[in-house]
Structure formats: structure tokens, C-alpha cells
Ligand binder design. Structure first.
Ligand code: 2P0
Length: 330
């Protein structure tokens, strides 16, 4: 008789206000700096995992499609962490994963994907890893996945030396205030330089990288009390400045590169115009051309409308703070 251990988990995506951009240990996904993010309700991944003693290898379905060897190998390496912990190195699994994003968004995220898979594996194998330990596992799928296990504002501590257990994410604030993030979807195509490559190239060649760790430390020290005080203007100013510093580093890399597209700059101009009208709205951008706008939830529709003359309705999506990752009903 074959033995089956199964579970389902949902994890939401997160956007960093203080960015993770660079690793000190590539094998363990240990970051150069701590980072701080907001988990969002609008985009998430649902993952089911079924460990089955009758399987002779792992099988991975994404969005209903059987994945190729390379994609399956990434998942297998991640499953190994859990199999080893369970003392069952030869217990293979079928993984079924679906990314829930608005049709036009193209925002499939490794953060929600590896967080959901980590939660599902922990539950299926009854490992009972606590949230802190589980985030150190999720981190080894994709750094930002460590933060997607938790809801609201989340801090990922960089940790010490090569100690994997010391680099974990922790809930910082429940974000239960008048807060939203408006996504302006510029381009749904896969990015040319993914974040893993982009951060490594920046770290190795940008002369400004030397300043980055101390800038992040200052930004973190300033943004934390502002979050606790629900001070959107201060939070937004620090987050925008942090994102601009990250993107400035990529422009100064050798050879130079940028994730910005002409439409990104148009979207940023609209955000600055909103601010001139007295509407608090602050920019952040990641390893792609989309622009995200931190604002009050009560003003999100007004902000969405400001993009309407230039961007289609399906290109602008309002997200609210999202919950921690959680099990799915069977
Ligand atoms: C972040 N980004 O803090 C940073 C800021 C984008 C820009 O998603 O190599 O996919 O898998 O650890 O977590 C970081 O990229 O990179 C990231 P890996 P990850 O959200």
C-alpha cells in the first residue's frame, strides 16, 4: 500500500519598502541587509503538495501545466530541505501550484510561490516547524519568500555570519490602518534581467553598492517608528528614497542596466503630480517596470482614476494589506 501525506497552503505576495538587494551567501540565500515589506491581499499562490511513497520522482504542475525538468529541479531542491528534516530523503511529491493574479498583471512571484510550498510541506509532513524556522526554509527557495509567510508589515532580519537559523522574517505591524498599494502594470513580459542576476551584478560592479548597507540600516531605523505611528508621509518618503537608491545602483553598475521603461517614468510623474495636489502617494519599484504606489486606502480609487487617462483600467490594481500564509481547506 502506498502512503500519502498531503496539504494545501495559500501565501500572498509582498512588496518591500526597504529592499533586499544582494546576498552575502548565495547557497543559503543569506542577504547583505535586513529588509521590510508589506504583504498584500490582491496577489497570492495556492499550492497543494502530495508526498506519495509510490512516486519515483517529483512532479510539478504550475497553472495546470506539467513543468519541464529545469523548473521541476528547482522545486525538488526545495523539497529536499523538508524531506531531510522528516528523515525521508526518498519520499517524492506531486506539487500543484496556481498563481492568482489579475489577468493582465503578469506578477507571478517567487515570494508567494515558495512561501506557499514551504507551508504546504511543513503541514503535509507534520514537521510542526514554527513560523520563524519555516521562514528560514522559505528563504532558501527565494529570499523574499521568507517575508510572504507573514501578514502586514514584515521584517526579514539579515542574521549573523553563515548561520541560516539567524536570518528569518518576523511580523512587525499588522498594517491595520488606512493603507493601500496601487499597482500600475506596465509590462507583463518576463524580465530580461531577473532579480537574482540583477542583484549579483549590482553587488559586484556598482561603485555605489558600498553605500547600500549603511543606507538600508538608516532607512530601517527611521521607517520602523513611522510605521508604528501610522505616519504615511514619513513611511512613504523613506520607502521611495530606498527604492530610488536601489535603482540608482543598477544604473551605475558596469555594464549599466535599469528595470525602468518609458511608461514607468510616466507613471512616476503622475504620482508626483498627485503629491503636488496634496494627495499622499509614494513610489516603489522592484526588479521590473511596474510602479507601485503606497497611499491611503480611502484615496486609492482617486489615485487609480488619476492613471486612467494614460493606463487602461486593467493595468491599475488596488491592493490592501494581506494576511499571513495559511492552510487551505481540503
Ligand atoms: C525585495 N526584490 O526585497 C527585492 C527588491 C526585488 C527588488 O524580489 O534570488 O526573487 O530568489 O532570493 O527574492 C528579491 O528577489 O531573489 C526581490 P532570490 P528574490 O523584494
Amino acid at each position: 500500500m502506498n502512503e500519502i501525506h498531503s496539504a494545501g497552503y495559500r501565501a500572498h505576495t509582498n512588496i518591500a519598502l526597504i529592499k533586499y538587494w544582494g546576498k552575502r551567501n548565495k547557497e543559503l540565500f543569506l542577504p547583505v541587509t535586513s529588509s521590510l515589506s508589506l504583504t498584500l491581499d490582491a496577489f497570492y499562490t495556492d499550492t497543494h503538495v502530495e508526498f506519495d511513497t509510490s512516486l519515483t520522482g517529483d512532479v510539478f504542475y504550475l497553472g495546470g501545466e506539467l513543468q519541464n525538468e529545469a523548473n521541476t529541479a528547482k522545486v525538488s531542491r526545495f523539497l529536499d530541505l523538508f524531506r531531510e528534516t522528516a528523515g525521508k530523503p526518498n519520499l517524492y511529491a506531486k506539487v500543484t501550484s496556481v498563481n492568482h493574479v489579475p489577468t493582465a498583471a503578469g506578477l507571478a512571484s517567487s515570494a508567494s510561490a515558495f512561501a506557499a510550498l514551504a507551508g504546504a510541506c511543513n503541514l503535509a509532513l507534520d514537521l510542526q516547524l514554527d513560523a520563524q524556522t519555516l521562514s528560514t526554509y522559505a528563504r532558501q527557495g527565494s529570499g523574499s519568500a521568507s517575508r510572504s509567510l507573514l501578514g502586514g508589515f514584515v521584517e526579514w532580519h539579515k542574521g549573523e555570519g553563515d548561520e541560516s537559523a539567524s536570518s528569518y522574517a518576523e511580523a512587525f505591524d499588522d498594517a491595520d490602518w488606512d493603507l493601500a498599494m496601487v499597482f500600475v502594470i506596465i509590462n507583463r513580459n518576463a524580465k530580461k534581467i531577473d532579480s537574482r542576476l540583477g542583484m549579483e551584478h549590482t553587488n559586484q560592479t556598482s561603485p555605489f553598492y558600498a553605500l547600500w548597507p549603511q543606507e538600508v540600516e538608516k532607512d530601517l531605523a527611521m521607517i520602523k517608528p513611522a510605521i508604528k505611528a501610522h505616519d504615511l508621509d514619513t513611511v512613504g518618503q523613506i520607502a521611495e528614497h530606498n527604492a530610488m537608491k536601489m535603482h540608482a545602483m543598477t544604473i551605475a553598475a558596469k555594464p549599466s542596466f535599469t528595470y525602468w521603461e518609458p511608461a514607468s517614468i510616466e507613471a512616476m510623474t503622475i504620482v508626483r503630480e498627485l503629491r503636488e495636489q496634496g494627495i499622499p502617494a509614494y513610489i516603489t519599484m522592484d526588479a521590473g517596470p511596474n510602479v507601485k504606489v503606497l497611499c491611503r486606502a480611502s484615496q486609492a480609487e482617486t489615485i487609480k482614476a488619476a492613471f486612467a487617462p494614460r493606463f487602461g483600467a486593467d493595468q491599475v490594481v488596488i491592493a490592501k494589506p494581506g494576511p499571513a500564509a495559511h492552510p487551505l481547506e481540503k
